[in-house]
Ligand binder design. Structure first.
Ligand SMILES: Cc1ncc(COP(=O)(O)O)c(C=O)c1O
Length: 388
């Protein structure tokens, strides 16, 4: 008999695994399902990035294992991007570590910094991997409510002293998944001071930092003077350069944290495919003007969604970043029931807010990652279903 480890109780199957099965069943019945659930960019990266990949893949010298910390030009490309976008100077040798997508690093990092029984401060609602990684290391997630009245920023001073004293890590994520909220540099400075006061490692997940609208520029947490003493930032080309399937991300900041993660990762993986690394260099060092056009496309879709939601009287803030619109549904039904009914009746797939934590109940996350005409069609279906 195969005996499953008790630990598996901590890792429920991800919501999207079950959703994919339900959507596939509907499609098998001939239903035209519009998916605005997952945050996976639908548009391709720019041609020069794909060219770099295919040129590198055609060479005979690119198919072996790669160094765990990538090759020098890759780390330099991350450092160069931070200098260009944020004015943050990084040592590519000690302050940048490539990851196989940021999810991998987010899941593994607590193994290096969290003792069994210690606390990890996690936003609620938030990206579920913060909780799963904390649990992998035997840590206890303590949830920081993100409430609309505080602009979906956590009230760090409200964390009870006995919790802070046991805490090792603090997770933040702005622009935020799922709330699409943004944070100012002042808030980041407050968080850095909090981390310093309580001897926490502050981990900022900047996955959506280059998906911005209406002239907004998302700051890096590392812009806060002295942030590198207590912080690392996760960054990824998944959303910034439409490269979600490529798995090219990096951990950036505090050199001691980078060193520990490097040591850990020498046991976990064997680097990643050199052509992907070369394409990542092309993505970060080559032409960037296409990103504005891409963001304009997302913005156009966002506006289609906002118009419909506002017409239906659903409460919604106009997001200035991320791929998401986060809106509250009428009282009296759960977000899971709302999303399930919409999928069954209108064949529009959205993500219930409760997937991201208890404070997500009453909300729905809509991702603008489908062609504009499909978003328009989805909104017509939503409106018909809602009025019916
Ligand atoms: C907040 C957040 N962090 C990290 C990730 C993972 O990104 P990657 O593709 O780099 O693993 C996602 C993906 O949806 C995300 O929403």
């Amino acid at each position: 008999m195969i005996i499953l480890a008790n630990r598996m109780e901590l890792f429920a199957e991800h919501f999207f695994a079950g959703l994919n099965i339900r959507v596939a069943a509907l499609q098998a019945q001939g239903c035209d399902v519009i998916r605005l659930d997952e945050g996976s960019p639908d548009l391709p990266p720019a041609p020069h990035i794909i060219d770099a990949l295919s040129r590198a893949a055609s060479r005979p010298d690119t198919h072996s294992y790669q160094p765990h910390h990538g090759f020098t030009e890759l780390r330099q490309a991350w450092a160069g991007m931070y200098q260009r976008l944020y004015g943050v100077a990084l040592d590519p040798e000690s302050e940048v570590l490539p990851l196989l997508g940021s999810k991998e690093g987010i899941f593994h990092l607590p193994l290096a910094f969290v003792e069994p029984g210690s606390v990890v401060l996690v936003p609620n609602p938030g990206y579920i991997t913060y909780t799963r990684g904390a649990r992998l290391a035997g840590g206890e997630p303590y949830y920081l409510p993100l409430l609309p009245e505080r602009g979906f920023l956590p009230d760090l001073q409200a964390v009870p002293p006995e919790i802070v004293q046991r805490a090792r890590l603090l997770w933040l994520n702005y622009p935020s998944n799922p709330t699409a909220a943004i944070a100012s540099l002042d808030f980041f400075a407050e968080a850095v001071a909090f981390a310093r006061e309580y001897n926490l490692l502050l981990c900022h997940d900047a996955a959506y930092s280059q998906v911005t609208y209406d002239g907004y520029r998302a700051p890096s947490l590392l812009e806060v003077p002295g942030a590198k003493e207590v912080c690392v930032e996760f960054n990824t080309l998944s959303k910034s350069h439409n490269m979600a399937g490529w798995r090219a991300a990096a951990l950036i900041g505090n050199a001691a944290v980078i060193k520990a993660m490097y040591t850990l990762k020498t046991n976990v993986d064997s680097g990643y495919f050199r052509p992907v690394m070369e394409a990542a260099v092309a993505a970060m060092t080559g032409d960037q003007t296409w990103l504005q056009a891409r963001n304009d496309t997302y913005c156009q879709r966002r506006n289609v969604v906002l118009k419909t939601l506002q017409r239906l009287g659903l409460l919604v803030d106009s997001p200035r970043a991320s791929l998401y619109v986060w809106f509250s549904i009428p009282q009296g039904q759960t977000s899971a029931a709302f999303a399930a009914a919409l999928l069954e009746r209108a064949h529009v797939s959205l993500t219930p807010g409760s997937v991201f934590g208890s404070e997500g109940e009453g909300y729905i996350r809509l991702s603008v990652t489908a062609p504009t005409e499909r978003v328009e069609e989805a909104m017509q279906r939503l409106e018909r279903a809602f009025r019916a």
